[in-house]
Design a protein around this ligand. Structure first.
Ligand SMILES: NC(=O)c1ccc[n+]([C@@H]2O[C@H](COP(=O)([O-])OP(=O)(O)OC[C@H]3O[C@@H](n4cnc5c(N)ncnc54)[C@H](O)[C@@H]3O)[C@@H](O)[C@H]2O)c1
Length: 300
């Protein structure tokens, strides 16, 4: 007799590799947006896989207690900076090289900000420019800074965190949607242009997860900008308040599909696992892929 498939329990951040894994030995990764949500989970997982990790984030500090093992501390360096500002991406890569040796094997572009759900007839210059700067320009600048070294060594992996909004017009406002569509375009272009240089570049398209941005997407309101108090502890003032539109501009998206089916939420760790798979040698023939991590919600 067939039984309905039970909703499996979501893994938590405690379910990390229990045995030494050689994936990251001798390798250096940069993770943007490392202080919270998906970026934090990627950082934790890469450290568990023995990578040395340089984490970049606009958050003023990184809570080292969030790292699983004290042994990870020596392989982690945090650098605070707003990647939407001139020169900060390049500075982050320079600092990573200075701390961990002159190499970057892996780049994971996670940092991102939500918009205020405004449409093309109402988006302010401020919101458009800020969202594009953080979600699209910064990842491209990060790739620009690491690609020459990867090309020289004929080895490198980039994973860009896009969104369901990179494939749908019904998930967010025009700025966020355009920035994530743009990031997918940049991903494909890098994958194609560097396909013969030993470099792979992929994107993941998560549905709404349980994080500051996820709650915003799921609710159809920009809570981050409506009420900065509700932003998570690592939500920087730069990402949550600088481009704040007037609260009245936020509105639920009419008819927008639920980014994830109710009761089937996705965790940051599940997205991070997909990213680590794309980084791993098991994915060595995969490049230019834009992989949904949304329990099939994108095909509804
Ligand atoms: N949460 C979701 O449901 C969801 C869904 C699809 C895609 N995404 C994407 O995943 C990525 C991570 O989202 P999350 O849910 O982990 O969000 P989050 O808010 O928990 O984490 C984002 C991190 O990026 C940092 N950041 C923001 N702006 C920055 C800047 N200018 N410079 C440096 N750091 C900056 C923040 O300080 C924060 O630590 C984003 O790109 C987001 O668009 C999230």
């Amino acid at each position: 007799m067939l039984h309905p498939h039970p909703n499996p329990p979501s893994p938590t951040l405690t379910t990390l590799p229990s045995k030494i894994d050689p994936l990251g030995y001798g390798r250096v990764a940069i993770v943007t947006g490392c202080a919270s949500g998906i970026g934090l989970a990627v950082t934790q997982l890469l450290l568990a896989h023995q990578f040395r990790v340089c984490g970049l984030d606009a958050a003023a500090f990184f809570d080292y207690a969030l790292l699983q093992a004290e042994a990870d501390h020596g392989r982690f360096h945090f650098h605070c900076g707003d990647l939407g500002r001139e020169g900060v991406c390049e500075e982050g890569v320079r600092i990573c090289r200075a701390v961990f040796g002159d190499r970057v094997d892996v780049l994971v572009n996670v940092a991102g900000v939500m918009d205020d759900f405004s449409s093309a007839d109402g988006v302010s210059d401020e919101v458009w420019e800020r969202v594009m700067a953080v979600n699209l320009t910064a990842p491209v600048k990060m790739m620009r800074a690491v690609l020459p070294g990867m090309r020289e060594r004929r080895d490198g992996v980039v994973v860009n965190v896009a969104s369901t909004a990179a494939a749908s017009g019904a998930v967010a406002g025009v700025a966020y949607t355009a920035s994530k569509h743009g990031l997918v375009g940049a991903t494909k272009n890098v994958a194609w242009r560097f396909r013969n240089d030993g470099i792979r570049c992929n994107a993941v398209l998560p549905g709404a997860i349980d994080s500051a941005i996820g709650k915003t997407i799921a609710s159809g309101h920009n809570k981050l900008w409506d009420s900065p108090d509700q932003a998570g502890p690592a939500q920087s003032s730069s990402s949550s308040q600088e481009a704040a539109p007037s609260p009245g501009e936020s509105a639920p998206l009419p008819g927008a599909p639920a980014p994830v089916a109710p009761g089937r939420s996705i965790t940051a760790l599940e997205v991070a696992r997909t990213i680590v798979f794309l980084i791993s040698d098991q994915a060595r023939t995969i490049s230019g892929v834009c992989l949904p991590v949304d329990r099939a919600c994108g095909v509804a």
